[in-house]
Design a protein around this ligand. Structure first.
Ligand SMILES: C[S@@+](CC[C@H](N)C(=O)[O-])C[C@H]1O[C@@H](n2cnc3c(N)ncnc32)[C@H](O)[C@@H]1O
Length: 327
C-alpha cells in the first residue's frame, strides 16, 4: 500500500528516482496573449509585462465557482498552519479566487495580501465582502521579481544585453527588503512562482541562452524571500502549479488517488514547467546552504488539480517550518 493519501503530507524522504527532475528543457506554462488593441493611456504607460499579468487576472476574475476545490485546498493548508492570533501574508493573492478570505479571517488576526495587480487585490477583497474589515491589508503594485522594470524593456526578438542581464542578476541577489510588516506567522506564495518565471519568458524568450540561468536565480530569490518573511518557528508555504493539461491532456481523466503517481511519471518524463519541479524545490529547502540552516522541517502535499478554466493544473504545496529562535 502507498504511504500517502490525498490530503496527507508526503514525508520528506520520499524521492524520485535518480536523474529525474532536471530543471532544463521543460515547457513554460501559458501561451502568450496578444494585448487587445486600443488600450487606455494608463495601460500604454504600464510596463508591458505588468500589463500581461493584469490581463490574465482580468480574464480569470469571474472564475470563483470553478476555483472552489483549489481554494478549499489552499485555504485548508493556511488554516492548519495558523497559530492563535496569528498574522498571515499571501504573495500573489491577485483576485483572491484561491483564498477564502472570511475563513482566513476566522483563523488569523491579520491578513496581508501582496500582488503586482492592485485592481485585482481590491476587487477580490470587495467581492468576498471583506472590504470593510481593517484586518486585511493590501499591497498592490509590488513587483516580486524586483527586476520587472528592466525585463519590460526587452522582448524575445530584441532581448536584453548580457550587461543588462548581469545587472538583473545582481539586483535579484541584493534585492531591497519588501515593504510589508514582517515577520509573519505564516507566509504563502500561491501559484506565483510560475508567473514570476513567465515575466522572464516574456522578456527573454525561452530559447535565450541565459533563460534557464535567470529562472534559477529568480527561484533562489523567491525561496529566500518567502522564508525571510516568516518568523522563527512560523510556516512558509509554496503552492506550485507545475504542469498543465496543455502538455498533459490526460490530466482530465486521472483519478484523485492516482495524482501522486501521475506527478512522478510526468516529472520523470520531464513534463513540467521549467524550474518548478516540486521534488527538487523541497530538496532545496533541505540542502541549500542559505536556506537549510533556517529550516526545521519540509513536507510536500500530495498533488491536487486546479481547474483554471482553459486548462487544468497539477498543483502541490511545499510546507516549510522555520527553525525556532535559539533559546
Ligand atoms: C496565478 S495568479 C495566482 C492566483 C490568484 N491568487 C487568484 O486567485 O487570482 C498569480 C498572481 O501573480 C501575480 N504576479 C505576476 N507577476 C508578478 C510580479 N512580478 N510581482 C508580483 N505579483 C505578480 C499576478 O498578478 C497574479 O495575481
Amino acid at each position: 500500500m502507498k504511504d500517502f493519501r490525498p490530503g496527507l503530507l508526503i514525508a520528506p524522504h520520499r524521492q524520485l528516482r535518480a536523474g529525474a527532475g532536471s530543471p532544463d528543457e521543460c515547457p513554460l506554462r501559458r501561451r502568450r496573449h496578444r494585448l487587445p488593441a486600443g488600450e487606455g493611456d494608463e495601460d500604454q504607460k504600464m510596463n508591458r509585462i505588468a500589463q500581461q499579468q493584469k490581463l490574465q487576472n482580468d480574464q480569470s476574475r469571474g472564475r470563483w465557482e470553478l476555483y472552489a476545490p483549489h481554494r478549499g485546498r489552499v485555504t485548508r493548508l493556511l488554516i492548519d498552519a495558523a497559530p492563535p492570533h496569528g498574522r498571515l501574508c499571501v504573495l500573489g493573492a491577485g483576485n483572491s479566487n484561491d483564498l477564502d478570505l472570511p475563513a482566513l479571517l476566522r483563523a488569523y488576526a491579520e491578513v496581508h495580501l501582496v500582488d503586482w495587480d492592485a485592481t485585482a487585490l481590491q476587487s477580490g477583497l470587495e467581492s468576498q465582502g471583506c472590504g470593510d474589515t481593517g484586518r486585511v491589508r493590501l499591497y498592490g503594485n509590488v513587483d516580486l521579481t524586483f527586476i520587472a522594470d528592466r525585463l519590460g524593456l526587452g522582448a524575445p526578438e530584441r532581448p536584453l544585453s548580457d550587461a543588462e542581464l548581469d545587472i538583473c542578476a545582481t539586483t535579484m541577489a541584493t534585492r531591497p527588503p519588501l515593504d510589508v510588516p514582517s515577520p509573519f506567522d505564516t507566509v504563502a506564495s500561491v501559484c506565483l512562482l510560475t508567473q514570476l518565471m513567465q515575466c522572464v519568458g516574456l522578456s527573454l524568450g525561452e530559447r535565450h541562452p541565459r533563460f534557464v540561468e535567470m529562472i534559477m536565480r529568480l527561484r533562489a530569490q523567491h525561496l529566500a524571500l518567502l522564508l525571510g518573511l516568516v518568523r522563527p518557528g512560523g510556516t512558509a508555504m509554496l503552492v506550485l502549479d507545475f504542469v498543465s493539461s496543455k502538455t498533459c491532456p490526460e490530466l482530465h481523466q486521472v483519478p484523485e488517488a492516482s495524482l501522486f503517481d501521475k506527478a512522478v511519471e510526468l516529472i520523470s518524463r520531464r513534463n513540467f514547467f521549467t524550474g518548478v519541479n516540486p521534488f527538487i524545490i523541497r530538496q532545496l529547502f533541505v540542502s541549500d546552504p542559505t536556506l537549510a540552516p533556517l529550516v526545521d522541517s519540509v513536507q510536500m502535499t500530495v498533488p491536487w488539480l486546479w481547474d483554471f478554466g482553459p486548462r487544468l493544473y497539477l498543483v502541490s504545496a511545499i510546507v516549510i517550518r522555520r527553525r525556532p529562535a535559539a533559546p
